[in-house]
Design a protein around this ligand. Structure first.
Ligand code: PMP
Length: 396
Protein backbone atom coordinates (compact mmCIF):
# COMPACT_ATOMS: atom_id res chain seq x y z
CA UNK A 1 0.00 0.00 0.00
CA UNK A 2 2.62 2.55 1.04
CA UNK A 3 4.70 2.02 -2.11
CA UNK A 4 2.35 4.16 -4.18
CA UNK A 5 2.75 7.19 -1.95
CA UNK A 6 4.64 10.33 -2.89
CA UNK A 7 6.18 12.34 -0.06
CA UNK A 8 4.33 15.57 0.70
CA UNK A 9 6.19 18.74 1.64
CA UNK A 10 6.38 19.45 5.35
CA UNK A 11 4.14 22.19 6.75
CA UNK A 12 5.94 25.42 5.76
CA UNK A 13 5.36 27.14 9.11
CA UNK A 14 6.67 24.22 11.13
CA UNK A 15 9.65 23.96 8.75
CA UNK A 16 10.36 27.64 9.37
CA UNK A 17 10.25 27.08 13.13
CA UNK A 18 12.75 24.22 12.86
CA UNK A 19 15.12 26.48 10.89
CA UNK A 20 14.68 29.29 13.42
CA UNK A 21 15.55 26.95 16.30
CA UNK A 22 18.78 25.90 14.60
CA UNK A 23 19.83 29.50 13.87
CA UNK A 24 22.67 30.66 16.17
CA UNK A 25 22.25 34.39 15.53
CA UNK A 26 21.51 35.96 18.95
CA UNK A 27 19.36 38.59 17.21
CA UNK A 28 17.09 36.06 15.49
CA UNK A 29 13.36 36.82 15.48
CA UNK A 30 10.50 34.35 14.96
CA UNK A 31 7.52 35.99 13.27
CA UNK A 32 6.28 32.71 11.84
CA UNK A 33 4.27 30.53 14.11
CA UNK A 34 0.87 31.85 15.18
CA UNK A 35 1.02 31.57 18.92
CA UNK A 36 0.95 34.35 21.49
CA UNK A 37 4.30 35.11 23.08
CA UNK A 38 5.08 37.44 25.96
CA UNK A 39 7.78 40.11 25.97
CA UNK A 40 10.38 37.40 26.70
CA UNK A 41 9.24 35.35 23.70
CA UNK A 42 7.61 32.70 25.87
CA UNK A 43 4.14 31.21 25.54
CA UNK A 44 3.37 31.00 29.22
CA UNK A 45 0.49 29.18 30.92
CA UNK A 46 -2.13 31.67 32.18
CA UNK A 47 -2.42 32.01 35.97
CA UNK A 48 -6.16 31.37 35.83
CA UNK A 49 -5.44 28.14 33.93
CA UNK A 50 -2.90 27.02 36.55
CA UNK A 51 -5.43 27.66 39.30
CA UNK A 52 -8.21 25.84 37.46
CA UNK A 53 -5.86 22.90 36.90
CA UNK A 54 -5.04 22.73 40.61
CA UNK A 55 -8.74 22.71 41.40
CA UNK A 56 -9.30 20.01 38.79
CA UNK A 57 -6.52 17.86 40.20
CA UNK A 58 -8.18 17.96 43.61
CA UNK A 59 -11.74 17.37 42.48
CA UNK A 60 -11.58 15.08 39.44
CA UNK A 61 -12.76 11.66 40.53
CA UNK A 62 -13.20 9.68 37.32
CA UNK A 63 -11.76 9.27 33.86
CA UNK A 64 -14.80 7.48 32.52
CA UNK A 65 -15.98 8.28 28.95
CA UNK A 66 -17.46 11.77 28.66
CA UNK A 67 -19.76 11.21 25.62
CA UNK A 68 -19.67 12.78 22.14
CA UNK A 69 -21.06 16.18 23.23
CA UNK A 70 -18.23 16.59 25.76
CA UNK A 71 -18.88 18.53 28.94
CA UNK A 72 -22.33 20.15 29.18
CA UNK A 73 -21.06 22.83 31.57
CA UNK A 74 -18.30 23.77 29.12
CA UNK A 75 -20.80 23.81 26.25
CA UNK A 76 -23.19 26.11 28.15
CA UNK A 77 -20.43 28.46 29.26
CA UNK A 78 -19.02 28.63 25.73
CA UNK A 79 -22.45 29.40 24.26
CA UNK A 80 -22.78 32.31 26.70
CA UNK A 81 -19.28 33.53 25.89
CA UNK A 82 -19.95 33.39 22.17
CA UNK A 83 -23.45 34.88 22.11
CA UNK A 84 -24.12 36.35 25.63
CA UNK A 85 -26.78 34.69 27.81
CA UNK A 86 -29.39 37.18 26.56
CA UNK A 87 -29.00 36.44 22.86
CA UNK A 88 -32.08 35.49 20.89
CA UNK A 89 -30.72 32.12 19.73
CA UNK A 90 -30.22 31.00 23.34
CA UNK A 91 -33.55 32.38 24.55
CA UNK A 92 -35.30 30.65 21.68
CA UNK A 93 -33.39 27.45 22.44
CA UNK A 94 -32.12 27.24 18.86
CA UNK A 95 -28.39 26.65 19.52
CA UNK A 96 -26.56 23.41 20.37
CA UNK A 97 -22.90 23.43 21.34
CA UNK A 98 -20.54 20.46 21.50
CA UNK A 99 -16.96 20.35 22.79
CA UNK A 100 -14.39 19.55 20.09
CA UNK A 101 -10.66 18.84 19.85
CA UNK A 102 -9.61 22.46 19.22
CA UNK A 103 -10.94 24.83 16.60
CA UNK A 104 -9.64 22.49 13.92
CA UNK A 105 -11.76 19.67 15.32
CA UNK A 106 -14.77 22.00 15.33
CA UNK A 107 -14.18 22.89 11.69
CA UNK A 108 -13.76 19.29 10.61
CA UNK A 109 -16.91 18.25 12.44
CA UNK A 110 -18.75 21.18 10.84
CA UNK A 111 -17.46 20.15 7.42
CA UNK A 112 -18.63 16.55 7.87
CA UNK A 113 -21.97 17.81 9.17
CA UNK A 114 -22.39 20.03 6.08
CA UNK A 115 -21.62 16.99 3.94
CA UNK A 116 -24.44 15.15 5.71
CA UNK A 117 -26.78 18.04 4.85
CA UNK A 118 -25.64 18.12 1.22
CA UNK A 119 -22.97 15.87 -0.31
CA UNK A 120 -20.35 17.89 -2.22
CA UNK A 121 -21.73 21.21 -0.93
CA UNK A 122 -19.78 24.30 -1.93
CA UNK A 123 -18.09 26.33 0.77
CA UNK A 124 -16.79 29.81 -0.01
CA UNK A 125 -13.69 30.97 1.82
CA UNK A 126 -12.00 34.36 1.81
CA UNK A 127 -9.01 34.94 -0.46
CA UNK A 128 -6.72 34.49 1.40
CA UNK A 129 -7.73 32.38 4.37
CA UNK A 130 -6.09 30.22 7.04
CA UNK A 131 -4.14 27.65 5.01
CA UNK A 132 -5.75 24.68 6.75
CA UNK A 133 -9.32 25.71 5.85
CA UNK A 134 -9.05 24.59 2.25
CA UNK A 135 -7.39 21.24 2.94
CA UNK A 136 -9.73 20.47 5.78
CA UNK A 137 -12.92 21.19 3.80
CA UNK A 138 -11.67 19.31 0.76
CA UNK A 139 -10.74 16.34 2.93
CA UNK A 140 -14.37 16.24 4.03
CA UNK A 141 -15.51 16.14 0.39
CA UNK A 142 -16.73 19.74 0.11
CA UNK A 143 -16.11 21.92 -2.93
CA UNK A 144 -14.05 24.96 -1.95
CA UNK A 145 -14.36 28.28 -3.78
CA UNK A 146 -13.00 31.69 -2.85
CA UNK A 147 -14.47 35.17 -2.60
CA UNK A 148 -12.32 38.33 -2.85
CA UNK A 149 -11.20 39.62 0.52
CA UNK A 150 -7.78 41.21 0.97
CA UNK A 151 -6.60 43.87 -1.43
CA UNK A 152 -2.84 43.28 -1.34
CA UNK A 153 -2.06 46.40 -3.29
CA UNK A 154 -3.99 48.82 -1.14
CA UNK A 155 -3.51 46.82 2.10
CA UNK A 156 -7.20 47.02 2.73
CA UNK A 157 -10.40 45.06 2.47
CA UNK A 158 -11.84 44.50 -1.00
CA UNK A 159 -15.29 44.87 0.46
CA UNK A 160 -17.10 45.61 -2.81
CA UNK A 161 -15.52 42.53 -4.37
CA UNK A 162 -16.49 40.44 -1.37
CA UNK A 163 -20.08 41.65 -1.25
CA UNK A 164 -20.62 41.28 -5.00
CA UNK A 165 -19.28 37.71 -4.89
CA UNK A 166 -21.50 36.80 -1.93
CA UNK A 167 -24.57 38.11 -3.75
CA UNK A 168 -23.91 35.52 -6.46
CA UNK A 169 -23.49 32.38 -4.33
CA UNK A 170 -26.25 29.75 -4.25
CA UNK A 171 -28.78 29.57 -1.46
CA UNK A 172 -27.55 26.07 -0.57
CA UNK A 173 -23.89 27.10 -0.36
CA UNK A 174 -21.94 27.75 2.81
CA UNK A 175 -19.85 30.90 3.36
CA UNK A 176 -16.98 30.83 5.81
CA UNK A 177 -16.37 34.11 7.64
CA UNK A 178 -13.68 34.91 10.19
CA UNK A 179 -15.35 36.41 13.26
CA UNK A 180 -12.34 38.62 14.06
CA UNK A 181 -8.56 38.83 13.77
CA UNK A 182 -8.59 37.51 10.19
CA UNK A 183 -5.85 34.96 9.63
CA UNK A 184 -3.64 35.71 7.68
CA UNK A 185 -4.45 39.34 6.76
CA UNK A 186 -5.49 40.94 10.08
CA UNK A 187 -8.16 42.77 8.08
CA UNK A 188 -11.58 42.61 9.71
CA UNK A 189 -15.03 43.81 8.72
CA UNK A 190 -16.30 46.88 10.55
CA UNK A 191 -19.78 46.99 12.06
CA UNK A 192 -21.41 48.50 9.03
CA UNK A 193 -19.80 45.94 6.75
CA UNK A 194 -21.01 43.11 8.99
CA UNK A 195 -24.51 44.55 8.72
CA UNK A 196 -24.29 44.48 4.95
CA UNK A 197 -22.92 40.92 4.87
CA UNK A 198 -25.66 39.75 7.24
CA UNK A 199 -28.27 41.36 5.00
CA UNK A 200 -26.82 39.58 1.95
CA UNK A 201 -26.77 36.28 3.87
CA UNK A 202 -30.44 36.71 4.70
CA UNK A 203 -31.45 37.71 1.18
CA UNK A 204 -29.38 35.08 -0.65
CA UNK A 205 -30.07 32.40 1.94
CA UNK A 206 -26.58 30.88 2.15
CA UNK A 207 -25.48 29.41 5.47
CA UNK A 208 -22.70 31.28 7.33
CA UNK A 209 -20.01 29.20 8.99
CA UNK A 210 -18.18 31.50 11.36
CA UNK A 211 -14.69 30.63 12.51
CA UNK A 212 -13.83 32.39 15.77
CA UNK A 213 -10.32 31.32 16.73
CA UNK A 214 -9.32 34.59 18.41
CA UNK A 215 -12.20 35.94 20.51
CA UNK A 216 -10.73 38.59 22.81
CA UNK A 217 -7.51 39.07 20.81
CA UNK A 218 -8.81 41.94 18.65
CA UNK A 219 -10.77 44.67 20.42
CA UNK A 220 -12.40 42.72 23.28
CA UNK A 221 -14.57 39.67 23.95
CA UNK A 222 -17.83 41.42 23.00
CA UNK A 223 -16.41 43.59 20.24
CA UNK A 224 -14.82 40.58 18.53
CA UNK A 225 -18.13 38.70 18.54
CA UNK A 226 -20.17 41.62 17.18
CA UNK A 227 -20.49 40.30 13.63
CA UNK A 228 -21.17 36.75 14.74
CA UNK A 229 -23.94 37.85 17.11
CA UNK A 230 -25.47 40.06 14.48
CA UNK A 231 -25.39 37.25 11.94
CA UNK A 232 -26.99 34.85 14.44
CA UNK A 233 -29.72 37.47 14.92
CA UNK A 234 -30.31 37.71 11.19
CA UNK A 235 -30.20 34.22 9.65
CA UNK A 236 -32.14 31.04 10.38
CA UNK A 237 -29.27 28.56 10.27
CA UNK A 238 -25.62 29.03 11.07
CA UNK A 239 -22.57 27.21 12.44
CA UNK A 240 -19.91 28.66 14.74
CA UNK A 241 -16.52 27.02 15.24
CA UNK A 242 -14.60 28.41 18.16
CA UNK A 243 -11.22 27.68 19.68
CA UNK A 244 -9.82 28.05 23.20
CA UNK A 245 -6.26 27.59 21.97
CA UNK A 246 -5.35 31.27 21.82
CA UNK A 247 -7.57 33.13 24.28
CA UNK A 248 -7.04 30.56 27.06
CA UNK A 249 -3.54 29.60 25.86
CA UNK A 250 -4.62 25.94 25.80
CA UNK A 251 -3.02 25.15 22.45
CA UNK A 252 -1.92 21.60 23.13
CA UNK A 253 -4.90 20.64 25.24
CA UNK A 254 -7.02 20.73 22.09
CA UNK A 255 -10.26 22.33 23.11
CA UNK A 256 -12.80 24.22 21.05
CA UNK A 257 -16.50 24.12 20.34
CA UNK A 258 -18.86 23.66 17.44
CA UNK A 259 -22.25 25.37 17.75
CA UNK A 260 -25.11 24.82 15.36
CA UNK A 261 -28.07 27.19 15.19
CA UNK A 262 -31.27 25.89 13.66
CA UNK A 263 -34.56 27.39 12.57
CA UNK A 264 -36.35 25.96 15.62
CA UNK A 265 -35.60 23.98 18.72
CA UNK A 266 -36.96 20.82 17.09
CA UNK A 267 -34.98 21.33 13.88
CA UNK A 268 -31.73 21.90 15.75
CA UNK A 269 -32.26 18.78 17.86
CA UNK A 270 -32.50 16.71 14.69
CA UNK A 271 -29.39 18.45 13.35
CA UNK A 272 -27.58 17.78 16.62
CA UNK A 273 -28.31 14.05 16.38
CA UNK A 274 -26.53 14.09 13.00
CA UNK A 275 -23.67 16.13 14.47
CA UNK A 276 -23.25 13.55 17.23
CA UNK A 277 -23.13 10.74 14.68
CA UNK A 278 -20.45 12.64 12.75
CA UNK A 279 -18.41 12.98 15.96
CA UNK A 280 -18.93 9.35 16.88
CA UNK A 281 -17.43 8.07 13.64
CA UNK A 282 -14.43 10.41 13.65
CA UNK A 283 -13.09 10.51 17.22
CA UNK A 284 -16.01 9.25 19.30
CA UNK A 285 -15.64 11.87 21.99
CA UNK A 286 -13.52 14.94 22.69
CA UNK A 287 -10.70 15.26 25.22
CA UNK A 288 -12.00 16.47 28.60
CA UNK A 289 -9.09 18.27 30.24
CA UNK A 290 -9.16 21.59 28.37
CA UNK A 291 -12.94 21.79 28.68
CA UNK A 292 -12.69 21.26 32.44
CA UNK A 293 -10.20 24.12 32.72
CA UNK A 294 -12.29 26.51 30.64
CA UNK A 295 -15.56 25.68 32.42
CA UNK A 296 -13.89 26.11 35.81
CA UNK A 297 -12.65 29.56 34.80
CA UNK A 298 -15.87 30.71 33.16
CA UNK A 299 -18.12 29.53 35.99
CA UNK A 300 -16.08 31.18 38.75
CA UNK A 301 -16.38 34.97 39.18
CA UNK A 302 -12.87 35.15 40.57
CA UNK A 303 -11.15 33.08 37.89
CA UNK A 304 -13.20 34.64 35.09
CA UNK A 305 -12.13 38.12 36.20
CA UNK A 306 -8.53 36.99 36.37
CA UNK A 307 -8.89 35.60 32.84
CA UNK A 308 -10.34 38.91 31.57
CA UNK A 309 -7.23 40.64 32.93
CA UNK A 310 -4.79 38.13 31.42
CA UNK A 311 -6.60 38.19 28.09
CA UNK A 312 -6.49 42.00 28.09
CA UNK A 313 -2.77 41.87 28.74
CA UNK A 314 -2.25 39.65 25.68
CA UNK A 315 -4.53 41.82 23.54
CA UNK A 316 -2.89 45.06 24.65
CA UNK A 317 0.56 43.67 23.98
CA UNK A 318 -0.38 42.65 20.44
CA UNK A 319 -2.01 46.00 19.71
CA UNK A 320 0.94 47.78 21.31
CA UNK A 321 3.31 45.84 19.06
CA UNK A 322 1.39 47.03 16.02
CA UNK A 323 2.02 50.65 16.97
CA UNK A 324 5.60 49.88 18.01
CA UNK A 325 6.71 48.47 14.67
CA UNK A 326 4.94 51.18 12.65
CA UNK A 327 6.61 53.91 14.76
CA UNK A 328 10.03 52.23 14.60
CA UNK A 329 9.90 51.93 10.82
CA UNK A 330 9.23 55.66 10.55
CA UNK A 331 11.98 56.36 13.09
CA UNK A 332 14.39 54.40 10.91
CA UNK A 333 13.65 56.53 7.88
CA UNK A 334 11.28 54.15 6.08
CA UNK A 335 9.08 56.24 3.82
CA UNK A 336 6.80 53.45 2.62
CA UNK A 337 3.49 53.64 4.43
CA UNK A 338 3.11 50.78 6.90
CA UNK A 339 0.35 52.44 8.92
CA UNK A 340 -2.07 49.76 7.73
CA UNK A 341 -0.50 47.40 10.31
CA UNK A 342 -2.11 49.55 13.00
CA UNK A 343 -5.51 49.45 11.33
CA UNK A 344 -5.44 45.65 11.30
CA UNK A 345 -6.18 43.37 14.17
CA UNK A 346 -5.16 40.16 15.91
CA UNK A 347 -2.10 38.00 15.53
CA UNK A 348 -1.21 38.66 11.89
CA UNK A 349 -0.53 41.17 9.14
CA UNK A 350 1.13 40.88 5.76
CA UNK A 351 4.20 43.08 5.73
CA UNK A 352 3.64 43.35 1.98
CA UNK A 353 7.19 42.59 0.78
CA UNK A 354 8.20 40.15 -1.97
CA UNK A 355 9.07 36.47 -1.32
CA UNK A 356 12.68 37.37 -2.26
CA UNK A 357 12.75 40.07 0.43
CA UNK A 358 11.24 37.62 2.94
CA UNK A 359 14.07 35.22 2.08
CA UNK A 360 16.65 38.00 2.38
CA UNK A 361 15.36 38.88 5.85
CA UNK A 362 15.80 35.25 6.81
CA UNK A 363 19.21 34.65 5.19
CA UNK A 364 20.88 37.92 6.12
CA UNK A 365 19.11 39.01 9.30
CA UNK A 366 17.71 35.78 10.83
CA UNK A 367 14.18 37.19 10.75
CA UNK A 368 11.68 34.44 10.06
CA UNK A 369 8.24 34.93 8.52
CA UNK A 370 6.26 32.88 6.00
CA UNK A 371 6.81 33.46 2.28
CA UNK A 372 3.61 35.47 1.90
CA UNK A 373 5.20 37.99 4.34
CA UNK A 374 2.63 37.18 7.00
CA UNK A 375 4.08 38.31 10.31
CA UNK A 376 3.05 36.96 13.67
CA UNK A 377 2.79 40.23 15.58
CA UNK A 378 3.30 38.60 18.99
CA UNK A 379 6.89 37.81 18.00
CA UNK A 380 7.74 41.52 18.13
CA UNK A 381 9.14 42.76 21.46
CA UNK A 382 10.68 45.94 22.84
CA UNK A 383 13.99 44.09 22.84
CA UNK A 384 13.94 43.23 19.11
CA UNK A 385 11.85 45.90 17.42
CA UNK A 386 14.83 48.18 16.71
CA UNK A 387 16.73 45.41 14.99
CA UNK A 388 13.59 44.36 13.14
CA UNK A 389 12.82 47.86 11.86
CA UNK A 390 16.45 48.48 10.85
CA UNK A 391 16.59 45.16 8.98
CA UNK A 392 13.33 45.84 7.15
CA UNK A 393 14.59 49.32 6.25
CA UNK A 394 17.70 47.73 4.70
CA UNK A 395 15.90 45.22 2.50
CA UNK A 396 13.22 47.60 1.17
N1 PMP B 1 -9.13 28.88 12.60
C1 PMP B 1 -8.20 29.82 12.42
C2 PMP B 1 -8.50 31.01 11.59
C3 PMP B 1 -6.95 29.66 13.02
O1 PMP B 1 -6.02 30.60 12.83
C4 PMP B 1 -6.70 28.52 13.81
C5 PMP B 1 -5.39 28.31 14.50
N2 PMP B 1 -4.27 28.75 13.88
C6 PMP B 1 -7.71 27.58 13.95
C7 PMP B 1 -8.91 27.80 13.34
C8 PMP B 1 -7.51 26.29 14.71
O2 PMP B 1 -7.25 26.44 16.03
P1 PMP B 1 -6.91 25.21 16.97
O3 PMP B 1 -5.47 25.30 17.26
O4 PMP B 1 -7.77 25.41 18.16
O5 PMP B 1 -7.25 23.95 16.25
Amino acid sequence: MFGSLKALPADPILGLLAKYRKDNNPNKIDLGVGVYKNEAGHTAILNCVKKAEQHRLKTEDTKVYIGPTGSELFNDEMAKLIFTAEHKVLNQNRARTVSTPGGTGALRVAAEFIKSCKAGATIWVSNPTWANHTGLFKAAGLTVKTYPYYDYENKSLDFDGMLNALKEVSSDDVVLLHACCHNPSGMDLNKEQWQQVAEVAKNVGFMPLIDMAYQGFGAGLDEDAYGLRLMADTVKEMIVCSSCSKNFGLYRDRIGACTIIGESSTAVDIAKSVLLYVIRVIYSMPPAHGAAIVETILSSDELRNEWYGELKEMRDRINGNRKLIVDKLVENGVTRDFSFIQRQSGMFSFLGITPEQVQQLQDEYSIYMVGSSRMSIAGIANSNVDYLAKSIAKIL
